[in-house]
Write a protein that binds this ligand. Structure first.
Ligand code: ATP
Length: 249
């Protein structure tokens, strides 16, 4: 199996996302050490690793919520190191944080419209919401309902759909299955695969490592802020050492 740093399959084509030798953290605190990964167009990439290993920080350092102390982050070959979340959103990257939440005092529809605020165009946002209701009929049925009354699974679908308002090229999802009942977990994973089938590149952090790797073209194992293993999802699932150390045997 390949180990860090990651190699791209076609050196002539830029990956959608690339981190090269990134050391990152918060202020003077360093969490990630010399991390290099590449996510190719239309891949599902899954990041696994123990609690506190820096998985969320990796995503945050791509998106501008954590500080990149050295190294570079690029999006489709263009360096984006240090760009703000707003700039990244406007550039076609969407990020559903682990503790993403809906606006509980607003209706489902108002939450959807909030996801399209960067359009600065109410008609466009409303039209995009209608498109998404066709893909998420559950949300269409609930559109007038207060988001604070949704079940955990419904709320997660709303978070996903709201992040899709901007028609992102890349979706970063931090632990989309956390706290969900098994029947909702399958639904969320089906959605992720559907999105990917429609051409969205996905970078996923998942504590349910086997589930995450099972849908991943590419997997990365992060421990103590360093990439320890890289391979296809299947390679990592079948790797004896990864299994023993990170998949509970
Ligand atoms: N805003 C912050 N300021 C300082 N340190 C932080 C901040 N956010 C996270 N950390 C620290 O960074 C380290 C990695 O945290 P991170 O959330 O990236 O890990 P993780 O692998 O996503 O963990 P989990 O699986 O538990 O969600 C932890 O030691 C955490 O305390």
């Amino acid at each position: 199996m390949a180990s860090t740093p990651d190699a791209t399959s076609d050196p002539t084509e830029d990956p959608v996302l690339r981190m090269e030798n990134v050391t990152a953290g918060y202020g003077n605190t360093t969490v990630l050490h010399d991390v290099s990964i590449a996510v190719e167009d239309e891949q599902v990439a899954c990041l696994i690793g123990p609690n506190g290993s820096g998985k969320s920080t990796l995503m945050k350092s791509i998106y501008g919520f954590a500080d990149v102390q050295s190294g570079t982050v690029s999006f489709r070959g263009q360096e984006i190191t240090g760009r703000s979340p707003q700039q990244n959103l406007a550039n076609g990257m969407s990020y559903v944080l682990q503790d993403a939440s809906v606006f509980p005092g607003m209706s489902v529809h108002e939450n959807m419209l909030m996801g399209g605020y960067v359009f600065n165009d109410d008609d466009r946002a409303a039209a995009r919401a209608e498109e998404l209701y066709e893909e998420f009929p559950v949300l269409a049925d609930l559109r007038s309902q207060s988001a604070g009354t949704l079940s955990g699974g419904q709320r997660r679908l709303l978070e996903l759909a709201r992040a899709l308002m901007v028609e992102p090229d890349v979706m970063m999802l931090d632990e989309p299955s956390i706290g969900l009942e098994p029947r909702f977990i399958d639904d969320v994973f089906e959605r992720i695969e559907q999105l990917n089938d429609l051409g969205t590149t996905i970078l996923l952090v998942e504590q349910n490592a086997e589930k995450g790797l099972s849908i991943a073209d590419r997997g990365f194992v992060l421990a103590s802020g360093e990439i320890k293993f890289t391979g296809t999802g299947t390679e990592l699932l079948n790797d004896e050492e990864v299994g023993r150390l990170y998949l509970g045997g």
